[in-house]
Design a protein around this ligand. Sequence first.
Ligand SMILES: [Zn+2]
Length: 213
Amino acid sequence: MPRIHPTAEVSPEAQIGEGTSIWNQAQVREGAIIGRNCILSKDVYVDYGVRIGDNVKVQNGASIYHGVTLEDGVFVGPHVCFTNDKYPRAVNPDGSLKGGGDWQVSETRVKKGAALGAQSVVLPGITIGEWAMVAAGAVVTRDVPAYGLVVGHPARLRGFVCPCGARLARAGEGDGIVGALCPACGTRIDIPAVDWARASRLSRRGARNAAEV
Ligand SMILES: [Zn+2]
């Protein structure tokens, strides 16, 4: 059985997996499908039709809106905000209030094992790759590659991380792939060379800017 705090509001039309905990004042709307062994902390909002896999942790006050899918093992930090309308307006040009069908949802997917830092914002229609890491406060405006570490506003690719969380180091290159090695746990991961180069270029520019300050 899932554990649902008496103050949480969970729609009878939501599906909640075995072993999942839903804490104080969280709200889960109709049609949401939540997997097993998840933790939805205090004040979390899960919109209608949202899909959440197994072993997902969502921290206090995060808002997960319609069109978002979180795969297995995703971490969503406190007060993370997803979005789903690229051009939001409350009203039509004539001033009349927009209805439920007057806007277009963009699908957002956070893949297996990825982590979103506290108060990060994810713009509509984004895919965040497996085991990627979004720094606290980042504003994600474009897709993040698997294992990618993105930082800032707008979020820029700064490097790559191991599933254990440590930064990956370059160990070799061939056939368009950079062989990366985790100095903490020894895991080897292949990263597309084009992505690795993009991260290195941005990191160098960041270092130069820091030196100028
Ligand atoms: Zn590692």
